[in-house]
Unconditional design. Structure first.
Length: 129
């Protein structure tokens, strides 16, 4: 009888460990996916920020938006700023308060310094540094 109880307890313990490992693996995979999604969102935001500062740099980036390549001058500036505002509002779902604050300041008055501050906030948010 003691052997049967010991076997049952051992099997039950193994099952608990297997369930725990499965849950931890799922959590880790989910966090990796979220990290990748946020990194891509921040990367896109930074590209549009650069285009707000220096619209001529548009050619340096691989942007899949077909509308953007037909725009020039003020039209391009307005378009990329509108996209940046769109990214800002979407960021409420995933960005830290620090990123939101810096991005808003950049949108209000774009500058190299504000670009760098926003990029640092994004990096800190992504890598938890």
């Amino acid at each position: 009888m003691d052997n049967i109880i010991a076997i049952f307890i051992g099997a039950f313990g193994g099952l608990i460990v297997a369930i725990f490992q499965y849950i931890m693996k799922q959590k880790s995979e989910t966090e990796a996916k979220i990290q990748s999604l946020n990194e891509n969102k921040y990367r896109s935001t930074l590209v549009f920020m650069r285009c707000v500062l220096v619209p001529e740099n548009l050619k340096q980036f691989d942007i899949s938006d077909p509308n953007i390549h037909n725009l020039r001058g003020d039209e391009l500036q307005k378009y990329v700023k509108a996209k940046l505002v769109e990214y800002y509002y979407n960021s409420f779902l995933y960005a830290s308060d620090d990123v939101l604050r810096n991005l808003k300041m950049f949108i209000e008055t774009p500058s190299e310094d504000k670009f760098e501050e926003t990029a640092r906030a994004m990096r800190k948010d992504l890598w938890k540094k």
